[in-house]
Design a protein around this ligand. Structure first.
Ligand SMILES: C[S@@+](CC[C@H](N)C(=O)[O-])C[C@H]1O[C@@H](n2cnc3c(N)ncnc32)[C@H](O)[C@@H]1O
Length: 323
């Protein structure tokens, strides 16, 4: 797909509830702008993505104005924006996804050694340190707090199906990422903030609150590739704990062959180590998982346990529908 078409498709995707009207306007503008598309085409293809351009532009200082003003700003600031795009990657870390992962995680008896592949800054490695309020379709609210009391991070989530009633017993946690981010580093935190769509100010507040929780007890984040380095990290987990490997919005750049290899690794870890695999990915990412869904569902994300769909989830953790 050429760059203009990628931006036109992205603009279309922002039309849904929860999308970003500002990014929709910018993406439409880029799609209709051969000069800006030509600049983007000087970058390697994976670096031309709308989320990367817009986050890099905002990190450099783009105004949250309409496309006409932003275009003038972008052409003048292009060398800085381009450098930022070349040195950064889209690594949005959304702690709210813990709310959609929790029903599956809380169902696993502890103690749990939690490993996240594609962990970014590790904000989803602390599900037991956040508070949750689940609201059912008929308005029933279920609140869950950490063992030592309410957290400064409160994650609201709509739920269809039984809300979890206990916290997971996480005794050990570690993450694997091609480029781990450190929430104690102001530059990394600024990048994580720039990756949140401009209108989502509540997500920025949650990001900062979760970053403070994580900074107080930083996770073990290993630089590595989930395709090759997972088994070694699993071998570090305490023997008495059930290993849970989770991935969330992390597998979308893998090729079908890579995905098969990863699924095979998880299968081996399940048989040899009793590991549990929790996957929360866009519904096109793991076709074998999507094929197991009942007919007629059009989910955005699928939460699966050991390859079996258990819930449909909102990509930013706002809702979960248990199957
Ligand atoms: C969009 S972020 C999601 C972060 C987190 N899982 C969440 O849900 O908030 C995806 C992360 O996966 C990492 N990633 C992508 N491919 C990877 C690979 N082959 N091995 C390890 N990490 C990878 C990226 O560096 C990025 O930090």
């Amino acid at each position: 797909m050429d760059t203009a078409a990628v931006y036109a498709q992205f603009a279309q995707s922002q039309a849904v509830n929860g999308g970003s009207p500002i990014y929709q306007d910018w993406a439409r503008g880029v799609a209709a702008d051969p000069e800006v598309c030509a600049l983007l085409d000087t970058l390697p293809e994976p670096k031309r993505q709308p989320n990367l351009l817009f986050a890099a532009a905002r990190l450099v200082g783009a105004p949250s104005d309409g496309w006409v003003e932003v275009r003038s700003w972008l052409l003048a600031a292009w060398p800085d924006v381009e450098r930022t795009m070349r040195t950064h990657a889209t690594q949005t870390n959304e702690p709210r996804r813990c709310a959609t992962l929790l029903p599956a995680l809380a169902a696993i008896d502890g103690p749990i050694a939690l490993i996240e592949v594609g962990a970014s800054a590790g904000l989803c490695l602390y599900p037991d340190r956040y508070s949750y309020v689940y609201t059912s379709p008929d308005g029933v609210r279920t609140r869950l707090d950490p063992a030592d009391g309410p957290s400064a991070v409160l994650l609201p989530c709509a739920i269809e199906g039984p809300a979890p009633t206990r916290m997971p017993d996480v005794v050990w946690r570690a993450g694997l990422d091609l480029n781990p981010l450190d929430v104690r580093n102001p530059a990394d935190l600024a990048w994580l903030e720039a990756l949140v769509w401009p209108e989502h100010t509540d997500r920025v507040e949650t990001l900062h609150a979760a970053a403070r929780v994580v900074a107080a007890d930083p996770p073990d984040l290993v630089m590595g590739d989930l395709r090759v380095d997972l088994a070694e990290l699993v071998s570090d987990a305490p023997a008495e704990a059930t290993v849970v490997v989770q991935n969330s919005a992390a597998l979308y750049y893998l090729t079908p062959a890579d995905l098969e290899m990863f699924a095979a690794t998880m299968d081996r870890l399940r048989r040899r180590r009793g590991a549990v695999w929790l996957s929360n990915e866009g519904w096109t990412v793991l076709p074998d998982v999507a094929a197991r869904l009942p007919e007629g569902l059009s989910p955005q994300f699928i939460l699966a346990r050991d390859g079996e769909p258990v819930a449909l989830t909102d990509p930013h953790g706002r809702s979960v529908r248990l199957l």
